[in-house]
Design a protein around this ligand. Structure first.
Ligand code: CP3
Length: 405
């Protein structure tokens, strides 16, 4: 008799999930028990567990996440108050993180599931946040593709063998996320076991990752990236298709492991004109977002410096569009239309201002969002390492209090 490993699977709940149809994708992270049970088709149940208990467990965690402020806001449903989380909420502004970093490199933290899970939980245990984000880095898929990745103190990421020509693109390896990036999936499963709020999985976007792969690190002018885009468009196309496939598989694997929402970081796409975005980025973003539809989790599309790209980003896809502080939230939302949710958009540097000034800025964002369904409060970009921790705490409290419906 066949047995199915329930790590990846689909259950049929026609009457319980009428809105989505009858297919409900679920994953090991939905299970509260620590071992992944086996499904026995003969008894139609789970070995060692009563089938009803098992299904109830899945539904309980599903219902919890589904009714959370964060997921409801992603779906533009009514909330009791505005949900809030911060990009890079696990990081150097927290003493607990700095202590661990003294002992372990960033890559070791990312590649050791126990440590990655611990770091993910540090801000959750300290603050009243509405979502957790798995501790990882957008550059992790580069290593299994065949690139060398290092984080150099004071300089940031560095790739010794950047992609420059046809031979380099052809040498890129396919990635099996459940093997090559298994540590991320394991960390997601570990975090989900004790977590009461939704867990966000993430990846970089094809352009932002391509820029690191081609430049070999952070860049100011993206000369090599644009040289390939403009000078070897077919090569660029091959590279973007390869990266998009890797990212789709990686993100789907994160949902299978237990991620309940996904954020795609296109942090540096603001370097492009709208015309270039349309030609060199939009097709690959569209195919990535369409591949992710089957995950049935909210998709957050984030970029910075994208004031002139917002409508194209919406066309590319995403249930939520991330806004940075360079745009006015109300104007940007009007431009995007009220059929998407928005996330943002406090300047991370405002967290260094006196509390009275911070309060004014929080008020301003909440006034612009006007308690419309579909606003998730966040910074316009990642939290900075020197940020005063009390100010982080104060902003979370202000958002919840001031936005209570
Ligand atoms: O949000 C979270 O709490 C999850 C953790 C997370 C990290 N990186 C850990 C990290 C996330 C979401 C990222 C995404 C990421 N990584 C992006 C997109 C978001 C953004 O900020 O634009 C980018 C561009 C990267 C690549 C990257 N990783 C850079 C440029 C750097 C060096 C710059 C810096 O802040 O030091 C990193 C290192 C990195 N990734 C750190 C953390 C906590 C700091 C490393 C350290 O502790 O020394």
């Amino acid at each position: 008799m066949p047995r199915y490993n329930l790590q990846r699977g689909t259950l049929f709940f026609p009457h319980l999930f009428p809105r989505e149809g009858y297919l409900r994708h679920f994953c090991a992270g939905d299970l509260i028990s620590s071992s992944v049970p086996q499904f026995d088709s003969r008894s139609n149940g789970v070995v060692g567990q009563k089938p009803f208990d098992f299904i109830r467990q899945i539904l309980n965690t599903e219902a919890l996440s589904r009714n959370s402020r964060f997921i409801r806001a992603c779906n533009r449903e009514a909330v009791d108050c505005t949900p809030v989380w911060f990009m890079r909420q696990a990081g150097r502004y927290m003493e607990d993180f700095r202590t661990l970093r003294e002992k372990y490199s960033l890559l070791t933290l990312c590649k050791t599931p126990d440590l990655a899970a611990e770091v993910t939980m540090q801000p959750i245990n300290r603050f009243d946040l509405d979502a957790a984000i798995i501790f990882a880095d957008i550059l992790l898929p580069l290593e299994p593709m065949g690139l060398s990745l290092e984080f150099i103190k004071g300089e940031g990421p560095s790739i010794q063998n950047p992609i420059r020509n046809k031979k380099d693109v052809e040498a890129l390896r396919p990635v099996s996320p459940n093997e090559d990036l298994q540590f991320v999936m394991e960390a997601i499963r570990l975090v989900r076991r004790g977590l009461k709020i939704p867990l966000i999985g993430f990846s970089g976007a094809p352009f932002t990752l391509a820029s690191y792969m081609i430049e070999g690190g952070h860049s100011r002018n993206y000369i090599e990236t644009k040289r390939m885009m403009y000078g070897a468009p077919h090569l660029w196309e091959r590279l973007m298709i390869h990266i998009s496939h890797v990212l789709a598989d990686y993100l789907i694997a994160q949902v299978d492991a237990g991620a309940q929402a996904l954020q795609i970081f296109d942090s540096w796409v603001g370097a492009l004109s709208p015309e270039d975005y349309r030609i060199y980025v939009l097709p690959y973003m569209k195919s990535l977002f369409s591949a992710l539809q089957k995950c049935q989790v909210p998709l957050i599309h984030f970029g910075t410096g994208t004031a002139t790209l917002l409508t194209l980003q919406k066309e590319a896809g995403g249930d939520v569009i991330g806004l940075d502080w360079r745009v006015c939230l109300d104007q940007a939302w009007k431009l995007l239309g009220n059929d998407v949710a928005v996330q943002g958009n406090l300047d991370p540097v405002v967290l260094f201002a006196p509390l009275s000034e911070i309060e004014k800025r929080v008020d301003d964002i909440l006034r612009k969002a006007a308690n419309q369904p579909g606003h998730i409060f966040n910074l316009g970009h990642g939290i900075l390492p020197e940020t005063p921790i009390e100010h982080v705490e104060a902003v979370i409290e202000m958002v919840h209090k001031k936005s209570t419906r």
